[in-house]
Write a protein that binds this ligand. Structure first.
Ligand SMILES: Nc1ncnc2c1ncn2[C@@H]1O[C@H](COP(=O)(O)OP(=O)(O)O)[C@@H](O)[C@H]1O
Ligand SMILES: [Mg+2]
Length: 383
């Protein structure tokens, strides 16, 4: 799958752009704050139906404008495919594949697999568990079509259960009468939680060796990293857990046990990365995590994902950058622990940098490369 063309109209600070991309490597060059990341974000939006960075669609519309448009022309399985997204102030988002509107936006996820590596990723190691669940969800949903609907239903029911618990916590006298309603929510949530737990467990089991192998390649084997899935549901089933925690939940006013509490643990040499790793090791860990995500999806879906690398070069030492470029440009990658061999797992790459010389250095590694200069929201192809 390749992104051939991108049309942007009023997307963040890009007023109007019409870009024709190279099949292998595309570099976006410009000073800080010019719109490079915004272009990657528009590509991300076409895969995930929403921005990677802005929680509200309206923040993606160029200030002072009423609407924004993002359109991508892809080549997928040898056929052209147009995907577009229209955003309107105060209006509903219009997302189309060809000329068809989607009934449910979640049906689109997975059609155009994509992995974004951005400076914000640091949160995966340092922030709370929500970001790590988002990482799992963002990967599993790209190959398992049943996953996102289950997750969305679970989250909705969880919100309802929490709202009721909160109400009951504030007004204790009526609690007994509502226990039946609580158990109705629980009965509906149980099979969904089980499905989510199983999908996450299988994913992490299969993914862990991809991560270890990728880290080994990037660090030339100098450290051993590991990733493990942590879930309350590993020890007991949800009905069992809720039986024990319902009284506590009624006092707390929210649901304290469930797959919304799952987490991932990263270790290096047997210790938690968060506690012991150096800045450089954390960066390598994140890079390995995302590249492994791309390799995993490539293997799983037999469709190499688009790879977006946002400002990664200024944060890594030159040897690691060299290994990274060798890895993403290579036609064959062998992962010994995962026991897979992948052919051209990174097919099309988009990268940003403030220094065009950084990007031009990699010219020889890729057969087809284009650079674009981004300045104050205007994009021009560099010849
Ligand atoms: N909705 C918007 N309308 C206009 N400008 C925006 C909007 N959202 C973000 N921007 C601007 O985009 C610029 C940041 O662009 P970005 O792509 O992050 O830059 P960089 O080239 O450093 O990656 C900032 O100047 C910001 O003010
Ligand atoms: Mg940027």
């Amino acid at each position: 799958m390749t992104l051939k063309e991108l049309h942007l109209l009023n997307y963040k600070n890009i007023a109007d752009a019409h870009l024709h991309f190279a099949d292998r490597l595309n570099g976006l060059v410009g000073l800080n704050g010019q719109g490079k990341t915004n272009i990657l974000d528009a590509i991300y939006l076409l895969s995930f139906t929403k921005s990677a960075f802005s929680a509200q669609d309206r923040d993606c519309i160029r200030h002072g404008e009423q609407m924004a448009m993002v359109q991508g022309v892809y080549e997928k399985d040898g056929e052209p495919l147009t995907v577009s997204c229209g955003l309107k102030q105060g209006g509903k988002k219009q997302f189309r594949r060809g000329d068809k509107h989607y009934q449910r936006l979640s049906d689109h996820i997975g059609l155009l697999p994509l992995v974004l590596i951005s400076p914000q990723d640091i949160g995966i190691v340092l922030d709370g568990s929500e970001v790590r669940r988002k990482f799992i969800d963002g990967t599993v949903s790209q190959y398992d079509p049943a996953y996102l609907p289950a997750l969305n239903s679970y989250s909705q029911l969880l919100q309802q259960r929490n709202a009721l618990l909160k109400q009951l916590a504030e007004n204790e006298t009526g609690a007994a009468a509502f226990e039946d309603v609580l158990s109705v929510y629980e009965q509906q949530m149980q099979p969904l939680a089980q499905k989510i737990y199983e999908a996450r467990r299988l994913f992490v089991n299969r993914f862990a060796p991809f991560f270890t192998d990728t880290y080994t390649i990037l660090s030339a084997g100098s450290e051993e990293v590991c990733i493990t899935y942590q879930s309350q549901l590993a020890e007991r089933s949800l009905p069992e857990a809720w039986e024990q925690t319902r009284r506590r939940d009624l006092i707390l006013g929210w649901t304290s046990v469930g797959c919304h509490k799952d987490d991932l643990l990263f270790t290096i040499g047997g210790y938690a990365v968060k506690q012991v790793a150096s800045q450089g090791q954390i960066k390598t860990c994140l890079l390995a995590l995302r590249l492994a995500q791309a390799l995993f999806l490539s293997d799983r879906t037999k469709q190499p994902p688009l790879l977006l690398l946002d400002d990664i070069f200024d944060r890594l030492d030159s040897r690691r950058v060299k290994r990274l470029i060798e890895m993403v440009s290579s036609e064959r990658i062998e992962l010994p622990t995962a026991q897979v061999v992948l052919n051209t797992p990174f097919s099309q790459i988009f990268l940003t940098d403030t220094d065009r010389h950084h990007i031009l250095r990699y010219d020889e590694a890729f057969a087809a490369m284009k650079t674009f200069v981004v300045s104050e929201g205007t994009v021009t192809e560099d010849n």
